[in-house]
Design a protein around this ligand. Structure first.
Ligand code: IMP
Ligand code: MG
Length: 179
């Protein structure tokens, strides 16, 4: 199938990673994560809205029991990360739980830093981070990211849950901003 460019608002995006490639990355991550949590019941904590597709596909491919919960944070305006991160929807009681944070993408790590702080205050027993995409050129924070799907260059992407000003989340593959 020939994939074509997509236009969202004023910007054009070109095919970057196909839905089939994403599927195999997610399956591999699900296997690794299932093995790491064997015999335990982790809380899979999705960071809304971007992680919705990744979280759904990840838990579908995981073996063993898990709980799910969500938190909503926002740091992006348009295609720029902002320093200020807002908590828009809070999660349930996580005290004493083993929590796996599920992110669509870690860019500057500002969101992650705030989230890690917040979850430590909620007295979680254990905290690990999984992200489908990481921009290593941009991520300079100290916190270790335990599970990374794909490392990508510092270019804005959309699709598979990720948006440009709320458009593009429903596209099954991932598209990159055309220069
Ligand atoms: P950070 O705080 O800069 O690490 O950005 C984290 C959040 O911004 C991610 O969870 C995404 O929701 C969003 N984000 C970061 N990079 C991109 C991108 O390339 N495309 C779409 N959303 C992004
Ligand atoms: Mg996100």
């Amino acid at each position: 199938m020939v994939q074509e460019n997509v236009k969202l608002h004023d910007l054009v995006f070109q095919p970057f990673i196909s839905a089939a490639e994403i599927e195999s990355v997610v399956q591999r991550m699900a296997k690794t994560i299932s093995e790491a949590y064997a015999g335990e019941v982790p809380v899979i904590l999705g960071v809304l809205n971007g992680s919705l597709m990744f979280l759904a596909d990840l838990i579908r491919n995981m073996e063993g029991a898990c709980e799910i919960d969500f938190i909503k944070l926002k740091s992006y305006e348009g295609t720029n990360s902002t320093e200020k991160v807002n908590e828009l929807i809070g999660c349930g009681n996580l005290r004493g739980k083993k929590v796996l944070v599920v992110e669509d993408i870690v860019d500057t790590g500002n969101t992650l830093e705030v989230l890690v702080d917040l979850l430590h205050k909620k007295e979680v027993a254990d905290l690990k981070i999984a992200t489908l995409f990481l921009k290593p050129e941009v991520y300079k924070k100290a916190h270790k990211i335990d599970y990374v799907g794909v490392e990508i260059p510092n270019k804005f992407i959309v699709g598979y849950g990720m948006d440009y000003n709320e458009l593009g989340r429903n596209i099954p593959g991932v598209y990159q901003l055309k220069a």
